[in-house]
Design a protein around this ligand. Structure first.
Ligand SMILES: *[C@@H]1O[C@H](CO)[C@@H](O)[C@H](O)[C@H]1NC(C)=O
Ligand SMILES: *[C@@H]1O[C@H](CO)[C@@H](O)[C@H](O)[C@H]1NC(C)=O
Ligand SMILES: *[C@@H]1O[C@H](CO)[C@@H](O)[C@H](O)[C@H]1NC(C)=O
Ligand SMILES: *[C@@H]1O[C@H](CO)[C@@H](O)[C@H](O)[C@H]1NC(C)=O
Ligand SMILES: *[C@@H]1O[C@H](CO)[C@@H](O)[C@H](O)[C@H]1NC(C)=O
Ligand SMILES: *[C@@H]1O[C@H](CO)[C@@H](O)[C@H](O)[C@H]1NC(C)=O
Ligand SMILES: *[C@@H]1O[C@H](CO)[C@@H](O)[C@H](O)[C@H]1NC(C)=O
Ligand SMILES: *[C@@H]1O[C@H](CO)[C@@H](O)[C@H](O)[C@H]1NC(C)=O
Ligand SMILES: *[C@@H]1O[C@H](CO)[C@@H](O)[C@H](O)[C@H]1NC(C)=O
Length: 456
């Protein structure tokens, strides 16, 4: 079978299996030549029900709207409004931007200097109008009303009911803030349909550290389909793998979305339509034990020196004692010590102690390993070693691992049957205490850039 006929089959199955709504229904047509701008009379186009809007959404910082805008689609009746799609454009560039539906059928975002910031690529030339549909799909439609470009085929971090992810496509987590987009995780349906997996990715390069959850199809998957009843993986042989199970929750009159969170957890959410302030409730999520994920490179699920703790469906990234977040508003960003490290010039071992942290580990990348040893020896050898930041002891085998900075893959929970001993200055505010803080950047590695988060 040639690759083109293979793709053709995939396309066919979209319409047969997912029932994705693609007709324009009675949504108001947006005619060619229409435009939006954040400072103009019209900043968005609504769907006929008013449930969704497409246009410029002000980025809210610390409860106040800023003059930075996302070009986005959002649930317009929830409080706060919930973004379901956004163009990859730096919000600080859009203050004086204009979005125009050109007469040639392209949708183009330009800045005040008429430079193109974003455009709908790959659009054929017979677009006759655009429409914000009631299912949350924004389309550029041909004369017959069928889509030539649709936001549903360019998902960002969210799927809406009726929307599907096709082979080779991915959802990427968003931590939207004023300065840059942090994308730390992605859900990818492999181009050859062989598997669906969640990956940890490097924020700057987008390259993958490895997967931490996957579904092995053992045949070809044609699409990941999201419907009221949950997420399903449709296979070439017409059978279906259920990824999240249906919930009675979703049978009521609910808005729904499935989103990969900035903590790496993929969640199916529901929100009552009749109460704007009720908020989004998690109906289902995966993976269960995200804190168990280990990667050879990178910081792990949480930032460097912190550790991951699962709290129901929520991921908490915690700092060890006498460590604090680089940015208290961005707990995924890692932790720094609030004290000066043990000197390697003079013997300061008596000024530090090893504080026990039961059921905590920073697996992989230990720089020394002894086996079998007594717990007291394990601690003593870390105390005497100025490079040792922590030591992990496994009492059932007598394994002892030394850790240096930055520590990665930090995890805690009942499944961690080891104890970490973290090296901190003795006593409250101890001899190596806060008066000596502020040299944390001299370790010879660069922490992820700290940025001002967006208070949604
Ligand atoms: C964290 O957010 C609060 C309020 O949202 C703000 O006052 C504070 O300056 C922020 N802190 C940092 C370190 O950005
Ligand atoms: C339109 O967008 C596509 C994809 O983002 C990009 O490759 C292309 O360069 C853009 N075109 C213009 C004229 O900016
Ligand atoms: C929108 O455009 C389509 C196709 O051109 C047309 O069939 C439909 O009647 C239009 N709808 C409205 C509400 O104008
Ligand atoms: C599908 O692609 C992945 C990644 O390129 C590869 O590892 C895997 O072996 C391929 N599977 C099949 C059945 O071709
Ligand atoms: C996934 O499927 C492939 C191909 O059938 C098989 O070789 C592999 O062992 C499977 N992996 C798991 C984890 O089931
Ligand atoms: C389709 O393939 C899957 C995985 O190989 C298998 O479990 C299932 O029974 C197959 N279904 C049909 C209808 O052949
Ligand atoms: C909406 O939800 C909020 C928060 O749960 C609750 O306080 C409020 O009473 C609800 N309003 C209505 C009309 O149900
Ligand atoms: C080993 O540590 C675990 C967890 O900290 C504890 O429950 C257990 O009693 C310890 N076993 C021994 C032999 O000390
Ligand atoms: C401790 O945990 C490891 C993996 O987390 C497991 O293989 C091992 O069986 C556990 N040991 C005990 C004594 O619980």
């Amino acid at each position: 079978m040639s690759s083109s006929s293979y793709l053709f089959l995939i396309q066919i199955s979209v319409f047969i299996l997912c029932n994705c709504s693609t007709e324009a229904r009675s949504s108001p047509n947006i005619s060619l030549g229409s435009s939006l701008s954040p400072l103009g009379r019209q900043i968005s186009w609504s769907s006929s029900s008013g449930d969704f809007a497409f246009g410029f959404l002000p980025v809210v910082d610390d409860g106040r709207a800023t003059r930075r805008f996302l070009l986005a689609i959002w649930f317009d009746k929830t409080d706060p409004k919930t973004v379901v799609w956004s163009a990859e454009v730096n919000p600080s560039a859009t203050g004086e931007a204009t979005l125009e539906l050109k007469t040639d059928g392209r949708l183009v975002l330009t800045d005040a200097q008429n430079r193109i910031l974003w455009n709908s690529s790959g659009v054929s030339d017979d677009v006759s109008h655009a429409a914000m549909l009631d299912d949350g799909n924004f389309i550029l439609a041909g004369p017959d009303g069928s889509p030539r470009w649709q936001s549903f085929q360019h998902p960002t971090d969210t799927l809406l009911p009726g929307q599907s992810l096709l082979p080779g496509n991915k959802l990427r987590s968003m931590e939207t803030n004023l300065l840059q987009l942090h994308r730390r995780f992605e859900l990818l349906l492999e181009a050859n349909g062989s598997d669906l997996a969640l990956y940890a990715i490097n924020t700057l390069s987008g390259s993958s550290y490895g997967f931490y959850w996957s579904v092995n199809t053992s045949t070809i998957a044609t699409q990941l389909c999201f419907q009221q009843s949950g997420l399903r993986l449709n296979l070439m042989n017409e059978s279906v793998i259920s990824i999240t199970s249906p919930s009675p929750e979703t049978e009521r009159d609910m808005y729904q979305r499935a989103t990969i969170g900035d903590d790496g957890v993929f969640r199916h959410y529901a929100h009552p339509k009749n109460n704007a302030t009720m908020g989004w409730k998690t109906v289902a999520f995966f993976p269960e034990g995200i804190c168990k994920a280990e990667f050879t490179y990178g910081s792990g699920i949480c930032g460097f020196n912190s550790y991951c703790k699962m709290n129901e469906d929520k991921v908490d990234c915690k700092c060890p004692p006498r460590y604090s977040y680089f940015d208290p508003n961005r707990t995924f960003g890692g932790c720094k010590q609030d004290f000066r490290m043990q000197s390697c010039e003079v013997d300061e071992s008596s000024m530090f102690e090893l504080m026990p942290m039961p059921n905590v580990d920073w697996p992989l990348a230990g720089y020394d390993h002894f086996w079998p040893v007594q717990e007291e020896k394990c601690k003593e050898w870390c105390s005497l070693d100025c490079l040792c930041a922590a030591v992990i002891f496994w009492n059932s085998t007598g394994d002892c691992w030394k850790k240096r900075h930055p520590m990665s893959n930090g995890m805690s929970g009942g499944f961690v049957n080891r104890t970490a001993y973290i090296k901190i200055p003795k006593g409250e505010g101890g001899s190596g205490g806060s008066s000596l803080a502020g040299v944390a950047t001299s370790w010879g590695y660069v922490m992820p850039q700290i940025v001002v988060p967006n208070a949604k």
